[in-house]
Every structure is written in structure tokens, then in C-alpha cells.
Design a protein around this ligand. Structure first.
Ligand code: FAD
Ligand code: NAD
Length: 478
């Protein structure tokens, strides 16, 4: 490399790292980004988990499988009859791969356009903001870069359960489950979290019997209880068999299937399936990232310790995204990337409001929320008002036939400031954006309720929920 000194060296080109690198370059900083992701063709594939085996491919499969399910049973009411649809899983997977390739090569183009030095290799942080780069083929260090600043954005990897080592054939991780070449007859998923529910939905829609074993006694404990109840009802209707309070212990591999042993209410139970997909969370990826003498502090949970500004204990070394505290979400990592870049460029420090990060589960219906749930507010002793509005009372929902779901707004009893918004229903992911904006700028339920919304639109269901906070909804008994 011509000159190995940079203003900023970013390790990892996931949504945290690549966004940080682009923003640094936009702000005039000489930037390098090192990433080790290699695609099936053996080529670099920047974009991290999100673009390669996470957000994007899962949403591509959710879209294809939803279209298939809708064609099977959602069209008659519109007067449309088609023969029984056939699903070509290979074509669906090729489409997904093409989407991924388009987006990952787009990152490469953005790097070039912003004059970012991209290095395909494995980075290791040494003392004094030096980063050793390991060649991925030889495993040898072939370069050492020096940065005025280093941003660690090495992401996360799936957690493995003891006794369920990923063999990628019978015991699958989320990436394997996204890449299945045919629909399994019976897919057993361990973990009814976000990934288990999204990928379980995909394969159930395509005709697999899907059983999900969840260790907790409650489904989606982080979600508002009313929303979680509605979700459970909908998932049951869709044939997802979710077994709560189930603890897997071992499995036996048969010739073309597996037998899994689990405990349920003190009883031992056995279940046969084609494959086991383990989706029980993700852990920060620090594999070989920190040389011991760089003395960067990590937490007992194995994450890099940072302050509110994403600074580590080592001067000039920052960390962002899944590798640090906070929810493991692409948009959270990207925003941290922007604020760290701006902190470096300006010499000032900026922080992210971790309370103001939206979450979405892309099942059908979608589940989207921001801020506090009713239970959390009660536990904190906060006085609040609540308003909700069922999609069934929305003209647009009736016209489109997507009447399942509701939106709910929680606001502070004294100030009316919005403290939480919860939506389950069609396009909940898009509808939530307005509530995020309102919360970000400390908006009130009245602000949301008095804002003019296009008619007919599903967004009116959110406006009406906000109006219902003060018992002023128009299309519902308050
Ligand atoms: P990553 O995306 O993991 O990127 C880290 C990058 O660093 C990788 O390319 C990795 O190879 C590279 N790297 C690691 N170590 C080194 C090293 N030593 N040297 C060089 N490079 C290195 N989040 C959402 O917000 N919305 C969703 O819909 C969503 N869906 C998901 C679906 C699935 C199936 C999964 C698994 C995750 C999903 N997530 C979703 C989570 C999201 O993918 C992560 O939160 C996000 O990718 C984290 O971004 P990151 O940049 O911190 O890390
Ligand atoms: P998760 O934390 O959402 O869910 C894991 C589930 O597994 C939990 O319900 C947990 O109780 C259960 N579990 C843990 N150990 C178990 C055991 N031994 N037996 C049975 N169940 C067990 O984790 P995930 O679904 O793997 O997702 C990982 C991360 O990726 C999450 O932090 C999530 O935010 C992110 N992600 C986000 C999206 C999205 O934004 N739509 C989609 C996918 C993933």
C-alpha cells in the first residue's frame, strides 16, 4: 500500500463499519476499511451480516414466501382465481442471491466513489492504533496500517448451544436456514426470537411443518403484552407450532432426520424433524480482533466496553454496532457509525439515544415498536395515558383486506410526551417511522393526533390511536 497512514481505519464493513467509513470520507478524512467477508465465489462481499446473511436476504425470502402464501389463499376474495401455485425454491434463492450481490457490490462502488481504501483481509488491533492485516489465504500478516483513529465494527456471530454444534447439514445456523435449497418437511427451530419467527414464517409459508421450541414461558417478552398476544394468535393461525417453556437437551442424528430431546414442564419429550435450526441469539465477534497488549476493555458478556460516545478505554479507538452494548440492529450500528465519524471530524462528541431505537419483526403481520411498553411504564411507576386503534376500523385496511392488527400510543400523563408506540399489522415497519420521528423530537400524542394524514391510509390508524389517548378518536368508541 502506497501510504499506510490513515486518519481513520475501520475494521468491519457491516452496516456499522461501512456507514462509518463513508461518513468519515465525506467529512474529508483519509479512510481505510478492512473486511474479511468472502462470498461463495471467493470474492470480497462488504455489507457484513446484514447484507450477506441477515436483514436483506431474510426480507427477500419473506417477500417471496408471502407472495406464494397470498397466491395460495388470499386472492379469491378479490375475485381472482389462479390454479394451485408452484414454488420453485431454487429460483427464489437465485433472486435472493442476486439482491445480495447487487447491494454488496454497491458498497464496493460507494467505497470507490468516496476514495476509501478497501482491504480484503482480517484486521487485528495492536497498541497505538496500529492494525495488522492478515491475508485470508495464507493466514499471515501482510501489512500493518496506522490510524489516527481506529473504529472497531466487527459485528456478531450466532450463539451455539452446548450439544448442538453447527454442522451446517442437520444442525443449522441462521445463514444455513436462509440458504436451504428445498423446503424441509419438518423444520425444528430452537428459539422463538426475532430470527426464529422470521425464518420459521418463511419455511412454514412454503409448506414446511415448523415447530419452534422456546425456553421462556412467554412469547416475545420484549414486546407490548397486548401485541404479543395478538402475534401468538396470528402465528397459531398460520400453523407455526410454538412450544413455550421447552428446554432442549440433546439430539440424535438419524440417516435423514434428527431426533431432539427436550424437557417440558418436567417431562422428557422427543421430537423428530428433518433439520434443527438453532437461533438463540448472537454474540459479539471478537475472534482474533484484539491483540492482548492493546489492552482494550471487554465486558463479562464479551462485548467491547464503550462510553456513550462509543469511545473505548484506548485513546483514538472507537467501537460501534453489534460488538458493543445496545440492541443488535443494523440501523443502531449505522447511526453509531455516523456519530463517531462526526465526532472524529469535529473533535466534539455525540451520542445516540438508546431509548429511541425502533424495532421491527418482519412476520405477518409485522410487529413494530419504539420506547416503553405498558408493563415497563408500570414497573417504573410512570403515570401514563394510552390510546389504541384497531386496523379493522381503518377504511384503508378494510379496502385492502388487511384488517388484523392495531396501533397503540402511550404518553406521559402530565406532559403528554410520547413514551412508547406499538403496532402490529400490515406495513407496521413503515408506519412506525412517524412515531420514531415524533419521539426523537419529544413530540406529544396531541402532536401526532393533530397531524394531517392522507386518507385513506393505514397511517390514520396511528393518528387515531394518538387521538384515542385523550379519548378523541373519530372512528372508534373512546
Ligand atoms: P456485521 O454486520 O456483523 O458486520 C461485521 C463485519 O466485520 C462482517 O463483514 C465481518 O466479516 C467483519 N469482520 C469481523 N471481524 C473482522 C476482522 N477481524 N477483520 C476484518 N473484518 C472483520 N437487523 C436489523 O436491524 N433489521 C433486520 O431486519 C435484521 N435482520 C436480521 C436477520 C438475520 C437472519 C440476522 C442474522 C441478523 C439480522 N439483523 C437485523 C441484525 C443485523 O444484521 C446486525 O445487527 C448488523 O448486521 C450488525 O452490524 P455490524 O456492522 O455491527 O456487524
Ligand atoms: P433473540 O434474542 O431475538 O431470540 C433468541 C430466543 O431464543 C429468545 O426468545 C430466547 O429466550 C431463546 N432461547 C435462548 N436459549 C434457548 C434455549 N436453550 N432453548 C430454547 N430457546 C432459547 O435472538 P435471535 O433471534 O437469534 O436474533 C439475534 C439478534 O439479531 C437479535 O438481537 C435481533 O435484534 C437481531 N435481528 C433483528 C431482526 C430484525 O430487526 N427484524 C431480525 C433478525 C435478527
Amino acid at each position: 500500500m502506497e501510504n499506510d497512514n490513515f486518519d481513520v481505519i475501520v475494521i468491519g464493513a457491516g452496516p456499522a463499519g461501512y456507514v462509518a467509513a463513508i461518513r468519515c470520507a465525506q467529512l474529508g478524512l483519509k479512510t481505510a476499511c478492512i473486511d474479511n467477508w468472502t462470498n461463495q465465489q471467493g470474492e470480497p462481499s462488504p455489507g457484513g451480516t446484514c447484507l450477506n446473511v441477515g436483514c436483506i436476504p431474510s426480507k427477500a425470502l419473506l417477500e417471496s414466501s408471502a407472495l406464494y402464501a397470498q397466491t395460495q389463499s388470499g386472492l379469491e376474495q378479490h375475485g381472482i382465481s389462479v390454479g394451485a401455485p408452484e414454488m420453485n425454491v431454487k429460483t427464489m434463492q437465485s433472486r435472493k442471491d442476486a439482491v445480495v450481490n447487487k447491494l454488496t457490490s454497491g458498497i464496493g462502488q460507494l467505497f470507490k466513489a468516496n476514495k476509501i481504501t478497501f482491504v480484503h483481509g482480517k484486521g487485528r488491533v495492536l497498541p497505538s492504533r496500529q492494525v495488522a492485516v492478515m491475508d485470508l489465504k495464507s493466514g499471515k500478516i501482510n501489512n500493518t496500517l496506522v490510524g489516527k483513529n481506529v473504529i472497531i465494527a466487527t459485528g456478531s456471530t450466532p450463539i451455539e448451544l452446548p450439544g448442538f454444534k453447527f454442522d451446517h447439514k442437520k444442525v443449522l445456523d441462521s445463514a444455513d436456514t436462509l440458504a436451504l435449497k428445498s423446503t424441509p418437511e419438518h423444520l425444528l427451530i430452537v428459539g422463538a426470537g426475532v430470527i426464529g419467527l422470521e425464518l420459521g414464517s418463511v419455511w412454514a409459508r412454503l409448506g414446511a411443518k415448523v415447530t419452534i421450541l422456546e425456553a421462556m414461558d412467554t412469547l416475545l417478552p420484549m414486546v407490548d403484552a397486548q401485541v404479543a398476544r395478538e402475534a401468538a394468535r396470528q402465528f397459531k393461525k398460520q400453523g407455526l407450532n410454538i412450544i413455550l417453556g421447552a428446554r432442549v437437551s440433546t439430539y440424535t442424528a438419524n440417516k435423514s432426520s434428527v431426533t431432539v430431546d427436550y424437557e417440558l414442564k418436567g417431562e422428557s419429550v422427543q421430537i423428530d424433524a428433518d433439520k434443527i435450526a438453532v437461533m438463540v441469539g448472537r454474540k459479539a465477534n471478537l475472534d482474533g480482533v484484539l491483540a492482548p497488549d492493546c489492552e482494550i476493555e471487554t465486558s463479562p458478556q464479551g462485548k467491547i466496553v464503550v462510553n456513550e460516545y462509543c469511545q473505548t478505554n484506548a485513546p483514538g479507538v472507537w467501537a460501534i454496532g453489534d460488538v458493543v452494548r445496545g440492541p443488535m440492529l443494523a440501523h443502531k450500528g449505522s447511526e453509531e457509525g455516523v456519530l463517531v465519524a462526526e465526532s472524529i471530524a469535529s473533535g466534539k462528541t455525540f451520542s445516540l439515544d438508546l431509548e429511541c431505537i425502533p424495532s421491527v419483526i418482519y412476520t405477518h403481520p409485522e410487529i413494530a415498536w419504539i420506547g416503553k411498553t405498558e408493563a415497563e411504564l408500570k414497573e417504573a411507576g410512570t403515570d401514563f395515558n394510552k390510546g389504541h386503534f384497531p386496523f379493522a376500523a381503518s377504511g384503508r385496511a378494510q379496502a385492502s383486506g388487511h384488517t388484523d392488527g392495531m396501533s397503540k400510543v402511550l404518553s406521559d400523563k402530565k406532559t403528554d410526551r410520547i413514551l412508547g408506540t406499538h403496532i402490529i399489522g400490515e406495513h407496521a415497519s413503515e408506519l412506525l417511522a412517524e412515531a420514531v420521528f415524533a419521539m426523537q423530537y419529544q413530540g406529544s400524542a396531541e402532536d401526532l393526533g393533530r397531524t394531517i394524514h392522507s386518507h385513506p391510509s393505514l397511517s390514520e390508524a396511528l393518528k387515531e390511536a394518538a387521538l384515542n389517548v385523550h379519548k378523541e378518536a373519530i372512528h372508534k368508541m373512546n
